[in-house]
Design a protein around this ligand. Structure first.
Ligand code: S3P
Length: 430
């Protein structure tokens, strides 16, 4: 579906962004692994998180959608059913990489996983490697890609140094470590989102973090009672960016998750000179709660900034928006150490650079990021979402801030994480 987003006079108003995608996936998965029923409030109703419910149902988990909650009756860690067919992960990379962490610890069971065209281009060797070190066997197409099979086994403890900062790989290994008898330890090159650790803590697991080392102990049972999913900071980021670059704008967003491992983008935005109000969580110790805040952003004159490898995992899904902000900021905005962007729902370095260049940006790709010379804004034109939800929404925001408007080809991709995006945006545009 092609949609035109004309220039906006300004954005103003209040909004609550949709529930957090990462936390929704984890809530469903950990609830499925629990022995007692778990009530999840504010579960994200979007294509990706519905794929998770479908996958869990095929494992014998009951997911009951009630008027204002999702009730999940899990199977416990050790007794999911072995599905007769292939588990369909759809477009959901988080599901594809976290679920095997559970399945691998089920001795002599075999699970087949596959998904859509985009998921078939996304590597699974990053989880196959540690799971095989722990004792499981993963058979993947070309040794790297879906479809793939997980052959469960009794697992052993490892100390795993992650080659890349990835919350998905970290989470997979932590889940697999729950029944090794001795837990598991993971060392990251830089901190990544820690929702799995927080939720495992809430479920009674022994989780410890020291710097970039995370350790989880053995558990017999997860005891999660209720999970309330906060608003997604990655979805909120589109409106925050729009308000920052469209003159005269002021947007107030409620119930936004402000876990410090997700607020890298807000720190970048503030450094570029945007006026942001709200209480962010201070970086530090591991806690059970997922903090929320109301965030207010107003249009401001922006200055270029540099984003380096340490900051990248904390803003990974918002880096396309940093490129957009860069078009409106004085000077050269540079992102480095973000090669992981090439392995997302699309190659997000190529997609962002070609997409924004087509709208008039002075932007170039590097191996592991991009550089934008800003100040001139954007002319407008047409951008291809490439089947990637975040590129579709990037195109929409670019249109509002452009001189001539932007036509987004493939706007329906937004439904992967934010089916109500266009309605919410329309409510803010004046
Ligand atoms: C996610 C982790 C990140 C992120 C993705 C969601 C998660 O991926 O880009 O959208 O929920 O754990 P990586 O682990 O590949 O960095």
């Amino acid at each position: 579906m092609n949609v035109v987003f004309p220039p906006a006079r300004r954005l103003s108003g209040e909004l609550t962004p949709p529930p957090d995608k990462s936390i929704s996936h984890r809530a469903a998965l950990l609830a499925a692994m629990s022995d007692q029923p778990v009530c999840v409030r504010n579960y994200l109703d979007a294509a990706d998180t519905n794929s998770t419910l479908g996958a869990l149902r095929s494992l014998g988990v009951v997911c009951e959608q009630r008027p204002d909650e999702l009730l999940i009756r899990g199977t416990g860690i050790r007794s999911p059913a072995e599905p007769t067919g292939t588990i369909d992960v759809g477009n959901a990379g988080t599901l594809m990489r976290l679920l095997p962490g559970w399945l691998a610890q089920l001795p002599s069971a075999v699970f087949h996983l596959d998904g859509d065209e985009s998921i078939r281009r996304r590597p699974v060797d990053r989880i196959a490697h540690p799971l095989e070190l722990m004792g499981a066997r993963i058979i993947a197409r070309d040794g790297r890609f879906p479809p793939f099979a997980v052959h469960g086994a009794p697992l052993r403890r490892i100390e795993y140094e992650l080659p890349m900062a990835s919350a998905q790989v970290k989470s997979c290994v932590l889940l697999a470590g729950l029944s090794t008898g001795a837990g598991v330890a993971v060392i990251e090159p830089a901190p990544s989102r820690d929702h799995t650790e927080r939720m495992l803590l809430r479920a009674g697991a022994d989780v410890r973090r020291a710097g970039t080392r995370v350790e989880v102990g053995n558990v017999d049972e997860l005891e999660l009672d209720e999970v309330v999913v906060p608003g997604d900071p990655s979805s909120a980021a589109f409106f925050l960016a729009a308000a920052a670059i469209v003159p005269g704008s002021r947007v107030v967003l409620h119930d936004v998750g402000v876990n410090w491992t997700r607020t890298g983008f807000l720190r970048v935005l503030a450094r570029m000179g945007a006026h942001i109000e709200g209480t962010l969580e201070a970086p530090g110790s591991l806690v059970e709660v997922e903090p929320v805040s109301t965030l207010t952003v107003e249009h401001s004159e922006l200055e270029a900034t540099e984003v380096g490898a340490d900051e990248v995992p904390l803003a990974i899904d918002e880096l396309p928006l940093v490129a957009l902000l860069g078009c409106f900021a004085e000077g050269e905005t540079v992102v480095r150490g973000a090669g992981e962007l090439r392995l997302k729902e699309s190659d997000r370095i190529a997609g962002v650079v070609d997409g924004l260049a087509g709208l008039g940006a002075d932007i170039e790709a590097t191996d592991d990021g991009f550089a934008v010379r800003g100040g001139g804004g954007l002319r407008g034109g047409r951008i291809d979402a490439l089947g990637d939800h975040r590129l579709a929404m990037l195109g929409a925001i670019a249109g509002l801030a452009s001189r001539e408007g932007v036509e987004v080809a493939g706007m329906d991709a937004a439904a992967v994480s934010y089916p109500g995006f266009r309605d919410d945006l329309e409510a803010l545009v004046r």
